[in-house]
Ligand binder design. Structure first.
Ligand code: NAP
Length: 484
């Protein structure tokens, strides 16, 4: 299978926060990989912008360092990096000051796609947007990319939307949720809406429950002070897990176009039931011989912020009324795993004894590691010895199924940046979607804050607190194993 790379129009991408961590780790390497794939035309440019006073050459050195650190060795050579750096320049601007804006205006061309990427603290979004308008740098067809976190509650999200909308219209704003850029997430839509097999079964009649897991082995050391003001609910559930839930639960849009798709996701968020206290479990990891506890990592001995959360979520619509969605996410868990598991019901009547090994079907959409899709089906165990059943996966690991194309899946940021340049908002969150997600999340967090709720402790390298297991067991279900 041959991978198709369609070049995009020439562009000026102005990266605010170009001297920061995210720029070095993700944004610059992703753009370079697209350059390498022949997708970034020779006339396109990356214009770095931040407060530091750097010359173009000093910025190019920073770009080289980022590429050497975060692009695999096989994908970089001096000549290609030189060519890429030749398309990079820098301007020092302070979001809150007046210096640098005239030079930026001179640099940015009017006859190419103009995209502004705010990889800075959200507190700077408003002033950056306002300066870009005031200096006549942004225009009606410019694009604006903003990073998470998009607010910490409904009120702050509304304020951010309002600040941005003073200078940009909704059709110009690209709110990044990098989960949406993952190949498998888009494949979930392809599997659901391009095949006749699943859609008739995709409802409460045939699906027992859905589990969404995003587990990470790392702790929060290094970003503990930020994380402690956020926690798993704000950092992961309100955005990433919510998006996965929406794509799993939404109705088929009439067309695969950004607003119709986002309309359908919004309907799901608005149909979510409020979550009662008994349906949420929060956890904090304990110290072990090697690593500190969560409060130590967060440098806040009295912290009640959760590094783990599990929830049972109901959706009040015809499709999902009696099918719960269980979500869990946490730090310092036994392994890295992100997946959506759609667990079907047992057959209405089994002609085989349960002891013969009949399991319900499940469709597992794996985001990480080994992006792919597994359909677990029950078959007869081969060989003589009677009718013994076993469950086997119909495995579509992209790397195996699609050959070189499947193992060379672009990073989510690569796809998302190119979608911005193409002007395709499908994989970005709309303002009303983000606000609706906060409107659902806020009461859960407020209840913890009002009651001074303390998280349960869990061992590092585990699957979270025992109470999270009980959340499933009391319904006669269990979480899928985190092991290979
Ligand atoms: P960072 O390393 O602290 O970098 C912040 C950047 O903002 C620097 O380039 C800094 O420039 C610039 N900056 C600060 N104040 C400025 C001002 N007044 N005017 C113009 N530029 C200013 O932060 P980061 O980790 O890259 O994160 C950037 C954004 O992405 C944040 O909103 C963060 O929450 C979000 N995010 C980060 C990650 C991640 O993995 N790092 C992941 C997801 C989302 P100078 O250094 O030159 O002052």
């Amino acid at each position: 299978m041959v991978s198709r790379t369609i070049p995009v129009d020439p562009f000026d991408l102005v990266l605010f926060g170009a001297t920061g961590d995210l720029a070095a780790r993700k944004i610059i390497p992703s753009l370079y990989r697209r350059f390498l794939a022949g997708q970034m035309p020779a006339e396109a440019r990356l214009i770095g912008a931040a407060r530091s006073e750097l010359s173009d050459d000093e910025f190019r050195k920073l770009v080289r360092d980022a590429l050497n650190a975060f692009v695999s060795e096989g994908k970089r050579d001096a000549e290609t990096i030189d060519r890429f750096c030749g398309q990079c320049s820098y301007v020092a601007v302070d979001a809150k000051g007046d210096g640098g804006w005239d030079r930026l205006k001179e640099l940015v061309r009017d006859d190419v796609v103009k995209a502004f990427y705010f990889s800075v603290a959200p507190s700077l979004f408003g002033s950056l947007a306002e300066k870009l308008r005031a200096h006549g740098i942004a225009c009606d067809d410019s694009r604006l990319v903003v990073e998470k976190p998009f607010g910490v509650d409904l009120e702050t999200a509304r304020k951010l939307n309002h600040d941005l909308e003073c200078a940009f219209e909704e059709h110009q704003i690209y709110r990044i949720d990098h989960f949406l850029g993952k190949e498998t997430v888009q494949n979930l839509m392809a599997v659901r809406f391009a095949n006749v097999l699943f859609e008739p079964l995709w409802n409460e009649r045939y699906i027992d429950h859905v589990q969404i897991t995003v587990a990470e082995p790392m702790g929060v050391a290094g970003r503990g002070s930020y994380y402690d003001t956020s926690g798993a609910m704000r950092d992961m559930v309100q955005n990433h897990l919510m998006q996965l839930l929406c794509l799993t639960a939404m109705e088929p849009p009439a067309h695969f176009d950004p607003d119709r798709l986002r309309d359908e996701k919004l309907k799901v968020i608005r149909a979510l039931d409020p979550v009662s206290a008994k349906d949420v479990v929060r956890g904090q990891y304990k110290a072990n011989g090697e690593n500190p506890s969560y409060p130590e990592d967060a440098e806040n001995a009295d912290s009640t912020t959760e590094s783990f959360v599990a929830l049972k979520v109901g959706i009040s619509n015809w499709r999902w009324k009696h099918t719960p969605f269980y979500l869990r996410t946490g730090k310092r868990m036994s392994r890295q795993l992100s997946e959506i598991a759609v667990v079907f019901k047992h057959t209405p009547h089994s002609i085989f004894d349960r002891e013969e090994g009949q399991e319900p079907n499940s469709l597992v959409i794996r985001l990480q590691p080994d992006e792919g899709i597994d359909l677990a089906v029950t078959i007869k165990e081969p060989g003589p010895g009677g009718m013994r059943l076993t469950t086997v996966p119909l495995d579509m690991t992209f790397a195996d199924a699609l050959g070189p194309t499947g193992s060379d899946i672009p990073d989510a940021y690569e796809r998302l940046i190119m979608d911005v340049i193409r002007g395709n908002q499908t994989l970005f969150m709309r303002g009303d979607e983000v606000e609706a997600a906060w409107a659902w999340t806020d009461p859960i967090i407020e209840r913890w804050e009002e009651k001074g709720d303390k998280p349960f402790q869990y061992a590092q390298g585990s699957t979270g607190p025992d109470e999270a297991m009980k959340l499933m067991h009391r319904d006669g279900r269990s979480w899928r194993s985190l092991e290979d």
